[in-house]
Design a protein around this ligand. Structure first.
Ligand code: FES
Length: 113
């Protein structure tokens, strides 16, 4: 099982560690399963940028970034080198150790599904 540590730009939210994330699922799906608030306006089909996250560790254990994903990341708030879209981050390695930072969701115009 993969381990994902979720940290939050909004430091009032405590870090969440998920020890049993499954290979084949996206990071967005993991956030939904564990009630971690992350907007996803397009429903996870790489057609918005509201599921923007920073992958600080474990990038190699995730599906590679596509050109389309890069285009949408350019429209996200404060993109960085480690930016990804959570719906496109499929976990490929069952022993992955991943660390993610979730941007402050209050600054994103979105809604929860
Ligand atoms: S939810 Fe829209 S791009 Fe990920």
């Amino acid at each position: 099982m993969a381990k994902i540590t979720f940290k939050f730009e909004d430091t009032s939210i405590p870090t969440v560690v998920v020890e049993n994330a499954e290979e084949g699922y996206s990071i967005l799906e993991v956030t939904e399963d564990f009630d971690i608030h992350l907007n996803h306006n397009c429903g996870g089909v790489c057609a918005c940028s509201t599921c923007h996250i920073y992958v600080n560790k474990g990038e190699d254990s995730l599906e590679e970034i596509s050109d389309k994903e890069e285009d949408f990341i350019d429209r996200a708030i404060n993109p960085r080198l480690e930016s990804r879209l959570a719906c496109q981050c499929i976990i490929l390695d069952e022993d992955a150790v991943i660390e993610v930072e979730i941007p402050d969701q209050k600054r994103i115009i979105g809604h929860e599904h």
